[in-house]
Design a protein around this ligand. Structure first.
Ligand SMILES: [Zn+2]
Length: 247
């Protein structure tokens, strides 16, 4: 294998490690973000439920107020029963009292129902509050663990970046430009080995990156020249397996 391809393979080896470290960094950061999103979602639920609770309590309170007013009316009617001058007047007041009583019984029932509903919502609110506390503790843990891990990974990253600069300096600018473009496109996998199929000629060849077939021309050229050849399909820089070349 020629000097340029060797330099490119060295660069590829560093690039592969770099993208692994970057992907671990991303997944650490995502773990924290995912936990935060979970808490945000619970908080929205909490706010909605809390509003619902206030609403139920307001309804119960207003019914209670209504009931008290109507009971005061009944008391007033009762007093006027004593001052009724005729049987007819007495009967009329009594009818009104009974109507209010029937009404009050109904209001009382609804008020009780609203109160029970409010209690149930209050229970759910408390449950959600506990859940948020638990998830916040988890966030704290995930955050602390991630911070230590992110710090460790950043040290490795800085070291790899220096190694990458060094390896990149050994590659000719034309080859490096293709390498960088492919590395960006394929998550750090800029190069692909040519895979040989068949026990004897004519062999068939495929790209180890995209698994599409390649013409024999690439292999033939790489056997004699140290050049940058790219896969016709995916564009990755092709190389021959050093181990296979010796045999
Ligand atoms: Zn390919």
């Amino acid at each position: 294998m020629g000097q340029m391809l060797e330099a490119l393979l060295k660069l590829q080896s560093v690039e592969t490690q770099l993208s692994q470290v970057l992907s671990r960094l991303r997944s650490r950061e995502n773990a924290v973000k995912a936990q935060q999103r979970k808490i945000d979602h619970l908080r929205i639920q909490y706010d909605q439920l809390h509003e619902h609770l206030i609403d139920k309590r307001k309804q119960a309170d207003s019914l209670d107020l209504d009931l008290k007013e109507k009971e005061a009316q009944v008391a007033k009617f009762r007093t006027s029963l004593n001052t009724a001058r005729t049987n007819k007047e007495y009967a009329a007041i009594l009818t009104q009292i009974n109507a209010f009583r029937a009404d009050n019984a109904r209001i009382e029932e609804v008020a009780l129902q609203r109160m029970q509903e409010a209690d149930e919502v209050a229970r759910q609110v408390e449950e959600l509050k506990g859940q948020i506390t638990t998830e916040e503790a988890t966030l704290q843990q995930v955050g602390e663990h991630s911070a230590a891990e992110i710090e460790r990974l950043n040290v490795i990253l800085a070291d790899l970046q220096a190694k990458r600069d060094e390896a990149a300096a050994a590659v000719a600018p034309g080859g490096l430009a293709i390498f960088n473009r492919m590395a960006q496109q394929y998550d750090g996998e800029a190069m692909a080995v040519i895979e040989t199929q068949g026990k004897k000629p004519p062999y068939s060849y495929t790209c180890g990156g995209c698994y599409m077939s390649l013409t024999a021309e690439h292999t033939n050229a790489l056997q004699v020249a140290d050049s940058v050849r790219t896969c016709d399909n995916c564009g990755r820089i092709l190389y021959l397996d050093p181990a296979a070349q010796k045999t």
